[in-house]
Design a protein around this ligand. Structure first.
Ligand SMILES: [Zn+2]
Length: 326
């Protein structure tokens, strides 16, 4: 019988679960809106309920363990979710311990962006590389770094918080309190905010027509740019420049074989790519300029598939736990 892992992707708005095979195939998937303000007990109850729903769909599944991607900060080795800003009432929750006792199965925990990086590395755009940086650009900017065949964790698993590297001294304040974070200037939210500021309700612009005269989102900008709208194309150009600056920093810091861009804004990757590439050519030192920058391949399943691989790849070369024990 095929070995399967139960995988969960715990987000601030959506909790998703899946049964995943060792080749990365998803055989069953369920989801529920996260009870994000109800505290940790309620959400853990949701995880248990979703696991029940998955096992009802596949009653004969040979489940060998549970892998979870959850928002940081968290400690993957100790299995503790420390204090995620998107989940109320979570303070030092020993998630591995709680779920391990409930299910009697091994449980592995990883930061959600790291889990997505693992998914793309093992089964998606990064297959076959030794080092990659995965960047997710959506509401915020997150990332995961695979360095020489291992997820790079750093102290308490807190490494690669790339959304909060400072790349300018100006601009809107980031939710973290600082000014000039990568996320504050280059996230999908920042792009939507610039588009909203550039236009006004009722001005007849394509951006406002697409948003029904409400706030313009990054999705609207991509849609308008595809239709050839000049303002949208200029916004995309500015966005791509910020991304290119951030990616140049990542090239210099981590020297990956590949940068993989995921998240909602990856839907506009083809529009952004020429200016991202031109900015890297302009700013990176020559030795780093030929590193490919590619869109993610697994979409919003990267985190689930990566979380499952924490269990299914355990003990295999390149598995993160190999690093934890040496
Ligand atoms: Zn910040």
């Amino acid at each position: 019988m095929t070995r399967l892992a139960l995988a969960f992707d715990l987000g601030g708005t959506e909790l998703r679960g899946a049964l995943v095979e060792s080749d990365g195939g998803v055989v069953a998937q369920v989801s529920a809106p996260t009870m994000a303000i109800a505290g940790s007990d309620a959400v853990i109850g949701q995880i248990i309920a979703l696991a029940g729903a998955l096992l009802t769909q596949r009653p004969k599944a040979d489940v060998v363990g549970i892998g979870i991607g959850a928002p940081g900060p968290l400690d993957p080795k100790a299995g503790i979710v420390i204090a995620p800003p998107t989940l109320a009432g979570w303070h030092d929750v020993p998630l591995i311990d709680i779920l391990g006792k409930h299910f009697g199965l091994p449980v592995r925990l990883e930061n959600d962006a790291n889990a997505a990086a693992l998914g793309e590395w093992r089964f998606g755009a990064g297959q076959g590389t030794g080092s990659l940086v995965f960047v997710t650009v959506s509401t915020g900017i997150g990332g995961g770094v695979v360095a020489d065949g291992h997820i790079y964790h750093g102290r308490r698993g807190l490494a690669a918080e790339i959304g909060h590297m400072t790349i300018t001294g100006e601009g809107d304040r980031c939710f973290c309190g600082a000014v000039g974070c990568f996320e504050a200037v280059a996230s999908g939210t920042a792009l939507g905010r610039r588009a909203t500021a550039l236009t006004a309700p009722g001005d007849g612009s394509l951006l406002r027509r697409l948003s029904a005269d409400g706030d313009v989102s990054a999705r609207h900008v991509v849609e308008a740019a595809r239709a050839g709208d000049i303002s949208a194309l200029e916004l995309i150009e500015a966005e791509a420049k910020w991304l290119g600056i951030g990616f140049t920093n990542l090239l210099h810091l981590y020297s990956p074989d590949l940068i993989v861009m995921g998240g909602g804004l990856a839907n506009g990757f083809d529009l952004l790519a020429p200016t991202i590439r031109a900015t890297v050519e302009q700013r990176a030192m020559p030795a780093y300029r030929d590193v490919p920058i590619v869109p993610a391949r697994l979409g919003d399943r990267a985190g689930l598939i990566g979380a499952a691989s924490l269990i299914l790849w355990e003990g295999e070369p390149g598995a993160p736990l190999a690093m934890a024990t040496c």
